[in-house]
Design a protein around this ligand. Sequence first.
Ligand code: ATP
Length: 252
Amino acid sequence: MNLTAEHLSITLAGTDIVKDISLSVEKGQFVGLIGPNGCGKSTLLKSIYKVIKPQKGLVFLGEKDVLKSSARMISKEMGVVGQFNELSFDFTVHEMVMMGRTPHKHLMESDSLKDYDIVADALERVHLSAYADRSYLTLSGGEKQRVILARAIAQQPKFLILDEPTNHLDIKYQLQILSVVKSLNIGVLAALHDLSMASVYCDILYVIKQGEVLASGRPKDILTNELIRQVYDINCEVYTNPITGDLAIAYL
Ligand SMILES: Nc1ncnc2c1ncn2[C@@H]1O[C@H](COP(=O)(O)OP(=O)(O)OP(=O)(O)O)[C@@H](O)[C@H]1O
């Protein structure tokens, strides 16, 4: 499913945080948002998944006007893996992932065998099948992150939003999570911090600085020494990794 955001502007506590940002994610595309801490990535994503109401702009998921549709309606099609995954009440891992099925059910409808299969499959994808009966609150940060991704997978979304999904994860699980997400073959919009990783997994990148899009396009076309210096105020050398052929960055 494709997503378009048009001229989004968000002001919080009197400060313009997102300034007239437009972007699009085609069906099956993995699109990354990169930019320094505080540049507005999470705020932009939150306006797309309806947690923050933008002052201006439009968001369409396929034909649906996201800002005018109910959260329940959107949650049938859009999955979200946010940045902070803390809970006050405890649930088992199985229960957490089963919550992903909620948008597809009527009030008080019980879990079907199909729901159980979907939850088991989602847990298997993130390699947490053995954790199904564990209490969520006892998990490590990385394990929690993978449970939240499993919940989003169990939701069977047609579009996925990820806010720094590899936070807390060691390198094995960073690669695993991004590969799992890529294998879903749905539209994905993700805020990412690791530029090399973003350049490998993303089809298109939007580079954000102080609430504005500074550049967008294929990673190989836009990630230059000059752009990275301009955005992050650091010196680096962008090169082609001789072993993988991927773009890589040496920080100087
Ligand atoms: N509710 C709020 N009220 C006032 N300012 C806010 C609010 N929420 C966010 N901000 C500010 O908006 C700016 C953008 O924050 P945001 O979380 O979108 O950045 P980000 O690019 O996701 O950063 P990071 O990479 O650190 O996660 C920050 O300066 C933040 O302090």
